[in-house]
Write a protein that binds this ligand. Structure first.
Ligand SMILES: Cc1cc2nc3c(=O)[nH]c(=O)nc-3n(C[C@H](O)[C@H](O)[C@H](O)COP(=O)(O)OP(=O)(O)OC[C@H]3O[C@@H](n4cnc5c(N)ncnc54)[C@H](O)[C@@H]3O)c2cc1C
Length: 546
């Protein structure tokens, strides 16, 4: 996953239908990414298994030892890209492979922390994925060459001042100067400096998001494919790179701040599948795409959100399995289990609070696994068809990201509290739990996504009221009640003359509470409530029965 968190929320406006079945139709959802006949499915399964085996073996070699430094780590990724086992174009042509590659990486890279996984997803999803989405034929041809050469790229969106609101706020400018027939890329002040850019110190290319200005008019955020370095590794004139410094985890990943001190860009650097700038400086749209350019850039954040959700979920699964195997074999004394002189009476995992935690975690893990698989299948279906996700799918993706990360943080934290000194030991995985922190703001900060869910619910309540319907479609009674309460609070604030933005601030507690209920309801609509997932795999006996 990437550590980037951007404020692009929904791109469902005016799009074609995604073809996802209505929420609740679990049978239909589970078949979304399946080939049509049994024999086709058999062939696809065999191919997938072969690919998985080869890819896993390669990952095993690439990650056999910890990287010596960021350059070593970058070279390993470059080799993996060159090997071509996962193609940049798989994001469109084999999206299920793209997601599985991310999941396998979290498992293989568990001991070494999240640095390589972040590097990987930045390369494949944010960098190459954005070129795939926004690039014209020449850019796509260049991307193929980059795969063959193992070229590394980064994705420079976040700016120092904008933080999690990056996308909404982009102050780096790319101004078209007809007399020069080039763009001038500029960081106008320190707050507009690109910040935290993963792989920024080792990449030779960058997708840079800047406000495009033509004829003195801002055209909004656009993406440019920029050379960060020349063939000798020297930064392009005007590109000033700084190191973000040491992190609590993932230090095999380089993170850069980048300033553009008047960098000249050729006209061809604009990723121009959906727009163009004529030599005279006229801005035009191509191909009838109804989304704004920032919404198009944001398409990669949907795939990124699913990858982040899966990354957090895989991390949690792995941490729980590893810890449990230790706890299952760790003898300790417990009252009622033996005499004072007994050397062992019980295994640690059998103490009541851990038994309860493991049972609860198993059930919630099973539910989240089912939800993530369903969302991934629906998104893969949309990607393969070259469509845009529907509003319902965009919301399910956001729910997956928020809930999978929150559950992972919650369960890993609770596990840490219960396993004594084990949680302090290096090599257990507990030292990398800050990875989950990255997941929280990566590819759309969870708070920002939740606020969007709450706003949509309040709008639905208003629409239902106008249509004289008691409960908006798809809402549970609890959700509708929470939305109505928030709407009442906002109205009361408005009646006192409070402006809308301030009113939302006043009612922030109820807004996040509503979002949490709504997200829980989305998961239930897709895969069923917690009651459907009580089948724990937990088999140990209680300490008192040993
Ligand atoms: C390891 C790592 C890798 C990264 N890789 C990339 C990359 O490759 N490319 C890239 O472009 N960026 C990247 N980023 C940047 C990342 O997107 C930002 O760091 C992230 O968005 C958080 O920004 P910030 O720390 O400035 O948070 P801030 O903007 O300061 O926000 C801090 C917290 O405040 C809350 N908050 C802020 N504003 C609001 C609001 N309006 N409403 C409600 N809550 C709010 C949120 O909960 C947020 O988590 C990376 C970051 C890290 C740490």
């Amino acid at each position: 996953m990437s550590g980037s968190g951007y404020a692009i929320l929904s791109s469902a406006r005016g799009t074609r239908t995604s073809g996802i079945p209505p929420p609740g139709d679990r049978g239909a959802m589970s078949t979304l990414s399946q080939p049509e006949s049994n024999s086709e499915r058999g062939v696809a399964d065999v191919e997938r298994a072969k690919w998985r085996a080869t890819y896993s073996a390669t990952l095993g070699q690439v990650l056999a030892t910890p990287a010596a430094d960021v350059r070593d780590s970058a070279e390993r990724l470059s080799g993996l890209v060159r090997a071509g086992l996962l193609k940049f174009s798989d994001l469109r042509e084999n999206p299920d492979r793209f997601f599985e590659a991310h999941r396998l990486l979290v498992n293989h890279g568990f001991e070494q922390g999240p640095g390589f996984s972040i590097r990987f997803t930045v390369e494949y999803n944010l960098f190459a994925g954005t070129v795939l989405e926004l690039g014209g034929p020449a850019h796509l041809a260049a991307l193929e060459r980059m795969q063959a050469d193992g070229t590394l790229g980064c994705f420079a969106l976040t700016e120092r001042l904008a933080g999690v609101n990056s996308g909404l706020v982009v102050q780096t400018t790319a101004t078209w100067l007809p007399e020069e027939a080039r763009f001038l890329l500029r960081t106008p002040h320190d707050g507009a400096c690109k910040n935290w850019i993963s792989q920024g110190l080792t990449a030779t290319k960058a997708v840079v998001v800047a406000d495009l200005i033509t004829r003195g008019t801002s055209r909004g955020p656009h993406a440019f494919l920029v050379d960060l370095r020349d063939a000798h590794g020297n930064p392009t004139p005007g590109v000033v790179l700084g190191d973000m410094g040491e992190k609590t985890t993932g230090n095999d990943l380089d993170n850069a701040n980048i300033r553009f001190d008047d960098v000249w860009l050729a006209r061809e650097t604009l990723l121009d599948r959906h727009c163009d700038v004529t030599p005279a400086g006229d801005y035009t749209h191509r191909g009838g795409e109804v989304l704004s350019n920032m919404e198009l850039i944001g398409q990669r954040l949907f795939t990124g959100r699913v990858a982040v959700a899966q990354g957090a979920h895989e991390f949690r699964r792995r941490l729980f399995r590893r810890t449990r195997s230790h706890n299952d074999a760790k003898p300790c004394w417990a009252p009622g289990g033996g005499s004072h002189s007994a050397k062992t009476t019980v295994m640690l995992s059998a103490v009541p609070q851990l038994r309860a935690l493991y049972a609860e975690a198993d059930a919630s893990e099973a539910r989240m696994s089912a939800f993530l698989a369903a969302v991934e299948a629906a998104l893969c279906n949309v990607l393969r068809r070259g469509e845009r996700p529907s509003a319902a799918l965009v919301e399910a993706v956001a729910a997956a990201k928020v809930k999978a990360v929150d559950e992972a943080i919650d369960f890993c934290h609770r596990l840490r509290q219960e396993v004594g000194s084990y949680a302090l030991m290096a090599g257990t995985g507990f030292e990398h739990t800050d990875f989950l922190q990255c997941c929280k703001f990566a590819e759309g900060d969870s708070r920002i996504l939740m606020m969007k869910v709450a706003r949509d619910r309040v709008k639905s309540v208003a629409a239902a009221k106008q249509a004289e319907r008691p409960v908006p479609d798809g809402m549970s009674p609890r959700e509708a009640a929470a939305a109505a309460e928030l709407a009442r609070g906002l109205s009361a604030s408005a009646a006192r003359g409070v402006k809308p933005a301030e009113a939302w601030e006043e009612h922030w507690v109820n807004a996040y509470a509503l979002a949490a209920v709504a997200i829980e309801n989305i998961v239930t609509r897709w895969v069923g409530g917690p009651g459907a997932f009580t089948q724990s795999t937990w088999r140990s006996q209680a300490a008192s029965k040993l």
